[in-house]
Design a protein around this ligand. Structure first.
Ligand SMILES: NC(=O)c1ccc[n+]([C@@H]2O[C@H](COP(=O)([O-])OP(=O)(O)OC[C@H]3O[C@@H](n4cnc5c(N)ncnc54)[C@H](OP(=O)(O)O)[C@@H]3O)[C@@H](O)[C@H]2O)c1
Length: 235
């Protein structure tokens, strides 16, 4: 394992991203926390163990290749390389296949699929040069089968699964693995507010998904690649 290098976490200020950062920091990882808002990064930095080596990069737009490449270059300059990318960036919209659907389709494809493609394209050259890498994307259970009002969201997460498979196939010989996680409903404040009457005992905590991700970027997971791993079980 190229354990002297750093782990990039995108969407580091989000629900899952911040849980991943806390989990990896507890394990002693060197971290590059990318987020659009600098305020969230400051709050997160204050929660990490004092010994954590981390670099905060605010303002990176994952839809934009130049923005991603510049952020990765900063990470490489700071830590000497990047051993893993954990990309938690994504968005969610629901709606029927009706007049608003074409706009929603483009929005979801950009928020979920283009972002995953762009940050992957930006990080792969340094991983290939090192002959080592781990890439994790976060798709979602509807990426395998859509329900009503999920056309755009489900298609965009299916695109993340196909993207992950292609990255895995292209980079096996470089010892770079690529896998994605398929959460069901994550137990977040936003979901609790949006579904106040929902039965929440089947929801999955961000911490549980973070532990799964920590395993997938560990040396023990070297032979797992191209997988779309459901995170829908009971804790
Ligand atoms: N929550 C769930 O129930 C659920 C279920 C299944 C799958 N997922 C997936 O799990 C992942 C994490 O979900 P979450 O609940 O942690 O979401 P979250 O709290 O909303 O975090 C998502 C993060 O992505 C960032 N982001 C969005 N577009 C971006 C862009 N173009 N460039 C840079 N950053 C961008 C957001 O930044 P801003 O705050 O600046 O917008 C936010 O920090 C997502 O991919 C989501 O689709 C979530």
């Amino acid at each position: 394992m190229n354990d002297q290098k750093a782990v990039i976490v995108t969407g580091a200020g989000g629900n899952l991203g911040s849980a991943v950062v806390r989990e990896l920091a507890a394990g002693g990882a060197k971290l590059v926390c990318m987020n659009r808002s600098s305020q969230e990064l400051e709050v997160l930095a204050g929660e990490l163990p004092a010994s954590t080596e981390f670099l905060s990069i605010a303002g990176t737009d994952l839809t934009d290749y130049a923005s991603c490449a510049a952020a990765v270059a900063r990470a490489v300059k700071h830590f000497g390389g990047v051993s893993a990318l954990v990309n938690t960036v994504g968005g969610f919209q629901m709606g029927p296949v009706g007049p608003d659907a074409p706009f929603q389709w483009d929005t979801m494809m950009t928020a979920n699929a283009r972002t995953a493609l762009t940050i992957s394209a930006a990080v792969l050259p340094t991983m290939k040069a090192a002959g080592y890498g781990r890439i994790i994307h976060v798709a979602a259970a509807p990426g395998l089968k859509a329900g009503a009002n999920q056309a755009a969201y489900a298609a965009s997460k299916a695109a993340v699964i196909r993207l992950t498979e292609a990255i895995a196939a292209e980079n096996r010989e470089h010892r770079i693995t690529a896998n994605c996680i398929l959460p069901g409903t994550i137990d977040t404040p936003e979901n609790r507010a949006a579904m106040p009457n929902a039965k929440t005992d089947g929801w999955v905590s961000p911490q549980s998904i973070a532990r799964l991700i920590a395993f997938l970027i560990s040396p023990a997971a070297a032979v797992v690649t191209g997988a779309a791993i459901p995170a829908t079980g009971r804790e």
